[in-house]
Design a protein around this ligand. Structure first.
Ligand SMILES: Nc1ncnc2c1ncn2[C@@H]1O[C@H](COP(=O)(O)OP(=O)(O)O)[C@@H](O)[C@H]1O
Ligand SMILES: [Mg+2]
Length: 372
């Protein structure tokens, strides 16, 4: 049985359509991440699942039960917000147990649940403290723990890590992953951060303007983005997208021509023959500097900036009016002003229809590339 099912969900605010026709199903124990840029409708969707907001259209089912019109407290879901508010005058222990005491749970049972959650989140030594005596990360864990003492049917989290610094984010991610592994519960996690999605999710729904662009595992979303939007959203830096044209090559090959770019790529004619205007997509880590006479698909350009990240370097290459990023282990052996040739393996080339942004499927030709 599906843990959470969204069936044709629409939400309008006056003239604004915040969520436009979202349908998706999560299995029990899934870590579902709703990923997308600010304003794409993530919070609106989560608030509808929680019962804090009614959909304009559509149905929401939890464990097979239609909860579309049920008030939040009857849905048995726990929500953790971006701006978690702890009770400042209560100790960590009382903060954790608060939801249970409101529900008239017995004292013994509250203590048992609080101790269990404190142990899971490594808060045992902090139970006597008040929120102002905690670090940001510890406060965040108390907020999570407060949701967890209830053993809900699912956890709903809205950007819960966004107030943490990079190191704490990484640590809390690890904790959430192991938490998810230990609890037999569904997580629905909203974020604009693609690293959150890559590291924690079992399934990702990428949202754009209130619609799902792609629904799949993190690996599927990264390796086979369904649209130029998804390709340009995942990865840091994201996939390079170059306007190009499809033309006929020898035999049944298709050649990709990019104006101002010295590149021709062989494709088995799997791409829609009606489409000429495409976006050629290559991830920064799939471009490799090679000698100028390299035999295979290449891009040629001039190195502008090289950024040193410690373990890796990112070079920005100017190709005509365009710019691509190249990422590699340090030293990447590219310097500002160099004219460089960058090879890409055919299987690392993505094509998208320029107009619709949809992915075009094609098969890599077995023969080596033609270089024009
Ligand atoms: N209560 C509201 N009234 C009017 N417009 C809203 C309201 N809540 C959200 N919106 C609009 O709906 C869209 C989606 O918002 P939201 O769900 O908060 O996006 P996200 O969480 O992805 O940043 C935005 O255009 C936002 O301005
Ligand atoms: Mg939001």
């Amino acid at each position: 049985m599906a843990a959470i099912e969204l069936d044709g969900i629409v939400r309008r605010f006056g003239d604004t359509t915040a969520v436009a026709e979202v349908s998706l199903t999560t299995e029990r124990n899934e870590f579902l991440v709703l990923l997308g840029p600010s304003g794409c409708g993530k919070t609106t969707l989560l608030r509808m699942i929680a019962g804090l907001l009614e959909p304009s259209e559509g149905r929401i089912l939890v464990d097979g039960q239609d909860v579309t019109t049920l008030p939040p407290r009857e849905r048995d879901l726990a929500m953790v917000f971006q701006n978690y508010a702890l009770y400042p005058h209560l100790t960590v222990e009382r903060n954790l147990g608060f939801g249970l005491s409101v529900r008239k749970t017995g004292k013994q049972e509250i203590r048992r649940r609080v101790e269990e959650v404190a142990e899971l989140l490594d808060l045992g030594h902090l139970l006597r403290r008040r929120p102002k005596e905690l670090s940001g990360g510890q406060r965040q864990r108390v907020a999570l723990g407060r949701a967890m003492v209830r053993e809900p049917r699912a956890f709903l989290m809205d950007e819960p890590l966004s107030n943490l610094d990079a190191k704490l984010r990484a640590g809390t991610r690890t904790r959430l992953i192991s938490l998810h592994r230990r609890l037999d519960t569904t997580f629905v996690y909203v974020t604009h951060d693609q690293i959150d999605a890559m590291t924690m999710a079992t399934k990702v729904a990428v949202l754009n303007q209130g619609r799902i662009e792609q629904f799949g595992t993190p690996v599927e979303i990264y390796d086979e983005p369904a649209s130029a939007f998804v390709a340009g959203f995942m990865g840091a830096p994201p996939m390079n997208l170059l306007p190009a044209e499809l033309g006929a090559g020898y035999d049944d090959e298709v050649v990709v021509r990019a104006p101002g770019v010295e590149v021709a790529l062989p494709l088995r004619a799997g791409a829609d023959p009606g489409i000429r205007d495409v976006l050629l997509g290559v991830r920064p880590e799939h471009l490799v500097p090679v000698p100028a006479d390299h035999d295979g698909p290449v891009l040629r350009g001039r190195v502008d900036i090289v950024e040193n990240l410690g373990n890796e370097e990112i070079a920005q290459i100017e190709i005509g009016d365009l710019r691509v990023n190249v990422r590699g282990s340090r030293p990447i052996r590219l310097g500002p002003g160099d004219i460089t040739t960058l090879a890409v393996r055919p299987e690392h080339i993505h094509l998208f229809a320029r107009q619709s942004g949809r992915r075009l499927s094609w098969e890599s030709a077995p023969v080596p590339a033609l270089v024009s």
